[in-house]
Design a protein around this ligand. Structure first.
Ligand SMILES: Cc1cc2nc3c(=O)[nH]c(=O)nc-3n(C[C@H](O)[C@H](O)[C@H](O)COP(=O)(O)OP(=O)(O)OC[C@H]3O[C@@H](n4cnc5c(N)ncnc54)[C@H](O)[C@@H]3O)c2cc1C
Length: 502
């Protein structure tokens, strides 16, 4: 039986994992969970935008969400505004909700595409039918209805949060729930000579800590999965050339928008994440096309407000470790893989890794079949996200820099090429196993980047265009009215409503 778990690393991944283990695993004996981290190493300190699944994690560990919102200075995130991605000056929105309401089993975007093809209506942008986007772009947001009446009433929300304060809040909750914290620098890993599994780790001060299962949350250092288990890294830089980031928080100069801003720049893009007490800014760029000095200068021209700290430069290689679970070591967080933060997938991957580990919980230190399944599904999940991120670049119409010419001309992975081809043909979504992003998210990017369908769903031929147009206009007006009447966005009020919901 697994009775002792040692989590190496006390960043977001380490504390999220430790808290989930102590809250959710019930064995014959209580699970002993220890987190080892070192203030001398520190954590990455970025990772401030989430996706709606964060609410599921918080519910699963019985978090006090309003307190967490206060402690981590969190604000509401209803989606992402993509500025200058299709072309300079163009904006589209990826909201966390469905589009319109389909008819007779035909998806709404196909109805709208058909209507346009009839020449009846050119002025019905798909984005107008996404209630979540319409509220967010007005700085408003209402709690999602518990029993939605129509598809466009189906939406969710997420949080922007201060990564350091978030980890601190989780740490407090974890320690209160029974997790032991050891402050120490990991120096040596002791392997069992018979099995090759990790038997113990030794800290710089000589303390030796043994466990049955080791979770590597040591970030890019990959102390256990890389150094001890020697798992190689699979780099996807040929598809996702951004490999650097520079981050710098600034003072707020305007009320927080309920969305992340992602603005495309000449060799990458920048983020703006509004929090209660400051704004998180960063520039993600490709070192092949831009130097660190140029990247910082570009960030400075775009950000508003006085800087609150020196800029931090971060290097990464987009990709993943070949096998995140080897013998009795499971890598979670940056040690397992990292693409780029364009769709805020770091924290959601941590969460999904925890869920997978709990679902495949081993009954002893050696569980090769469970590890193989964990590794298979983790790889698929990373590949799906990789494809989704590549799409953001590949469909751009920009060619104003060497970077944009490179990313728009690079060959696509076969899986993405097939998805795109099927969607272009008649608006059908190809869904693979382990998709993090659902159809509405893919639609937001396809439509935002201007994909036009080659043919319409044949079932629509029986529809009367004038009737469909009237119905669409009425739907658009209803969505606009709802968005205008929504209250101003307030994460704490939403969190409180969530907590009191039956
Ligand atoms: C530029 C950038 C932007 C990002 N933006 C987002 C975002 O908006 N949304 C999102 O979801 N994700 C984002 N991410 C990803 C997110 O930051 C991470 O997924 C998340 O912070 C988890 O990091 P971690 O805990 O794995 O690693 P870290 O935060 O690096 O933590 C590593 C831990 O290991 C410990 N450690 C390391 N070596 C030793 C040692 N020898 N001895 C003892 N302890 C040790 C450290 O002390 C630390 O506690 C971003 C990442 C980057 C690089």
């Amino acid at each position: 039986m697994i009775e002792r778990v040692l989590v190496l690393g006390g960043g977001t991944a380490g504390w999220m994992t430790a808290l989930a283990l102590v809250k959710r695993v019930r064995g014959r004996a209580p699970l002993s969970v220890t987190v080892v981290d070192s203030a001398t190493v520190g954590s990455i300190g970025v990772g401030e935008a989430t996706v709606p699944a964060i609410l599921d994690y918080l519910a699963s560990v019985e978090a006090d969400v309003p307190a967490l919102v206060r402690d981590s200075q969190a604000t509401l995130k209803a989606g992402i505004a993509f500025q200058d991605w299709r072309a300079v000056g163009h904006r589209y929105f990826h909201g966390f909700g469905l589009y319109g309401a389909g008819a007779n089993g035909i998806a709404f975007h196909q109805v709208l595409a058909w209507l346009k093809a009839q020449g009846v209506e050119q002025e019905l942008p798909l984005e107008d039918f996404n209630l979540c986007a319409q509220m967010a772009l007005r700085g408003r947001f209402a709690a999602p209805p518990r029993q939605p009446r129509v598809d466009h009433d189906v939406y969710r929300w997420a949080l922007h949060l201060d990564a350091t304060l978030f980890a601190k809040h989780l740490r407090q909750q974890a320690i209160t729930s029974g997790v032991r914290h050891v402050d120490g620098l990991h120096e040596h890993t002791g392997l069992d000579p018979a099995t090759g599994a990790v038997a113990s780790i030794t800290l710089a001060d000589g303390r030796r800590l043994a466990a049955d299962l080791f979770i590597d949350c040591s970030g890019f250092r990959r102390r256990l999965i890389g150094e001890a288990m020697r798992q190689p890294w699979v780099s996807w830089r040929s598809w996702l050339p951004c490999d650097r980031a520079v981050a710098q928080p600034t003072r707020s100069t305007a009320p927080a928008t309920p969305y992340t801003l992602c603005q495309a720049l000449s060799a990458g893009w920048r983020w703006r994440i509004p929090l209660q007490h400051r704004v998180g800014n960063g520039h993600v760029y490709a070192s092949e096309f831009m130097s660190d000095e140029q990247a910082l200068a570009l960030l400075e021209t775009h950000r508003n407000g006085a800087p609150l700290a020196e800029p931090t430069f971060i290097r990464f290689d987009p990709g993943h470790v070949t096998q995140p679970w080897v013998r009795n070591v499971v890598a979670i967080g940056l040690s397992a893989g990292f693409l780029e933060p364009l769709e805020s997938t770091g924290i959601t991957l941590i969460q999904s890794a925890i869920d997978k580990l709990l679902a495949l919980w081993p009954d002893g230190p050696a569980a090769p079949a469970l590890a193989a399944e964990y590794n298979r599904s983790s790889r698929l999940e990373m590949e799906r996200i990789r494809d989704f991120l590549i799409l953001h670049y590949a469909l751009s119409q920009r060619n104003d820099s060497a970077f944009w010419r490179h990313v728009t001309q690079a060959p696509l992975p076969d899986t993405l090429a097939h998805k795109l081809e099927v969607f272009r043909a008649n608006g059908h979504f190809v869904r693979h196993e382990w998709e993090t992003f659902q159809d509405n998210s893919w639609l937001a990017i396809y439509d935002g980047l201007g994909v036009v369908l080659r043919q319409q769903d044949v079932r629509l031929a029986t529809f009367e265009a004038a009737d469909v147009r009237r119905a669409c206009e009425a739907m658009r007006a209803a969505i606009r009215r709802t968005a205008e009447r929504a209250p101003w966005s307030d994460a704490e009020a939403l969190a409180t409503e969530l907590m009191v919901a039956p």
